[in-house]
Design a protein around this ligand. Structure first.
Ligand SMILES: [Mg+2]
Ligand SMILES: [Zn+2]
Length: 179
């Protein structure tokens, strides 16, 4: 079995621009404590998998090249800080595309599951939106909701079947149940 953790990107790893996409590297800022949290997850032996909706590409707001440039530079910064991302799965489809990978659909997790072996019931997904929690639960994962990014606004959408296993103020605080 692989020791896997799934993380949303915007609002978990980096500051979400709330209402805009990260279109250039100069708009990318790590969330407070996230670099260190990712280092600790790496040191704890996790294969860290990014699961991120980037509909701005499908909707023609920014180019796919920009996403991969941001991705490459994010990995570079992480590596400098002793943290490693094992893989990243991005949904590049537009918001109204009806694709099967845009969260709360589970297609990105299914892609990851093709190459990794993990016990869904013991594997976490950390996200800052109710749709992250919904996707994680649909796929059978444990879920952690963080109040960074959209978290402050989305917390009141958590109810009924969309209730996370844990809630924390940020990724760094979530380490309490992860390492
Ligand atoms: Mg997010
Ligand atoms: Zn998609």
């Amino acid at each position: 079995m692989d020791k896997v953790i799934f993380l949303d990107r915007d609002g978990v790893i980096n500051v979400d621009l709330l209402g805009d996409y990260i279109k250039h590297w100069d708009e990318f800022r790590f969330e407070e404590g996230a670099l260190d949290a990712l280092k600790k997850l790496t040191e704890a032996g996790y294969k860290i998998i990014v699961i991120s909706n980037q509909a701005g590409i499908g909707d023609g707001i920014f180019a796919e090249d920009s996403l991969w440039e941001i991705h490459r530079r994010m990995l570079g910064e992480l590596e400098k800080n002793g943290a490693q991302i094992y893989a990243a799965y991005y949904c590049l489809h537009g918001k109204e595309s009806g694709c099967k990978c845009r969260k709360p659909e589970t297609g990105l997790f299914e892609q990851a599951a093709r190459t990794l072996k993990f016990d869904r019931e013991k594997t976490f997904f950390v996200g800052d939106k109710a749709t992250d929690i919904e996707a994680g639960i649909r796929f059978g994962l444990k879920t952690i909701f963080v109040r960074t990014g959209h978290g402050k606004n989305d917390e009141n959408k958590l109810a009924g079947s969309v209730t996370p296993d844990y809630r924390f103020n940020c990724l760094s605080d979530a380490l309490a149940v992860l390492v």
